[in-house]
Write a protein that binds this ligand. Structure first.
Ligand code: BTN
Length: 267
């Protein structure tokens, strides 16, 4: 597929595309790097201010949730991480920063391409039942064990082609596959940063994303299997709470509160 205009990433192009007041600065761009989350975590520990953006055209050691790797060839995706210092939040509500980013990414996709997407717990962006984007949030704590920073990394499959990646083609999709044309990354990046900034400022002002996030989750009220690091559970997804946890009603009536896992729909 021919690369579209407005797709080449560089420090200059990203800075020029950014229309935010504070988010996206300082900016760290690499043509290739291990993992933008790893880089930004190091920068967070050394005092880099809130708002920093770490972005790469390619990752050689990209990481997903639950210790998985995140595969994305050069030019195929938006691979980036944002640094927040949400010390205004109660520690149990820190995942609201992830909710902000998930909603911002979903809205950016719709604004730029017209495609409607849904969220899948915990924070995947889904298109036609397949994964379009995933989010990995990692936290750092101060000496009193209060969250000092949050690094929210997103991988958005923009022009990902699956011919060389058969393992992904059953479960993942991309914007170019859905639209049958290449999609430029810079407008998506611009919209994402603008949306995150607006939503994060609202969160700081006391308006959280929880209600909207919960309403846009496609997996509520469904019979599912949830694979967690501690094992699998079957049940019905009753609700999510403001901490981002999934409440799963099991057949014996117990309600499990699950913080991390993968949901698969059962028939
Ligand atoms: C998931 O498993 O769904 C989360 C995937 C997160 C991938 C992104 S790509 C940019 C950032 N850097 C990483 O190493 N991971 C995240």
């Amino acid at each position: 597929m021919t690369r579209p205009a407005d797709d080449d990433l560089s420090t200059e192009a990203i800075a020029a595309a950014t229309r935010t007041r504070w988010l996206g600065r300082p900016l760290f761009y690499w043509p290739a790097v291990g993992s933008t989350n790893d880089e930004l975590k190091r920068l967070a520990e050394s005092g880099t201010p809130e708002g920093a953006l770490a972005i790469a055209d390619e990752q050689t050691a990209g990481r997903g949730r639950l210790e998985r790797s995140w595969l994305a060839p050069a030019h195929s995706s938006l691979l980036m991480s944002l640094l927040f210092r949400p010390t205004f939040l109660h520690p149990t509500h820190i995942q609201q920063v992830t909710m902000v980013c998930a909603l911002a990414a979903a809205d950016a996709v719709t604004a730029v391409t017209g495609i409607q997407v849904r969220l899948k717990w915990p924070n995947d962006i889904q298109l036609g039942g397949k994964k379009l984007a995933g989010i990995l949030t990692e936290l750092g704590f101060d000496a009193d064990l209060r969250p000092a920073w949050a690094v929210v990394g997103i991988g958005l499959n923009v022009n990902l082609e699956f011919s060389g990646l058969p393992v992904l083609s059953d479960t993942a999709t991309s914007l170019s596959l859905a639209l049958n044309r290449p999609v430029p990354r810079l407008p998506l990046l611009r919209a994402y940063l603008a949306n995150v900034e607006t939503r994060y400022d609202a969160l700081r002002g006391g308006v959280g994303p929880y209600q909207e996030w919960a309403a846009r989750l496609e997996t509520l009220g469904r019979r599912v299997t949830v694979a967690t690091p501690a094992g699998e559970h079957n049940g019905v997804t009753d609700a999510v709470d403001e901490t981002g946890a999934l409440l799963l009603r099991c057949r014996d009536g117990r309600v499990l509160r699950i913080l991390a896992g993968d949901v698969t729909l059962r028939r």
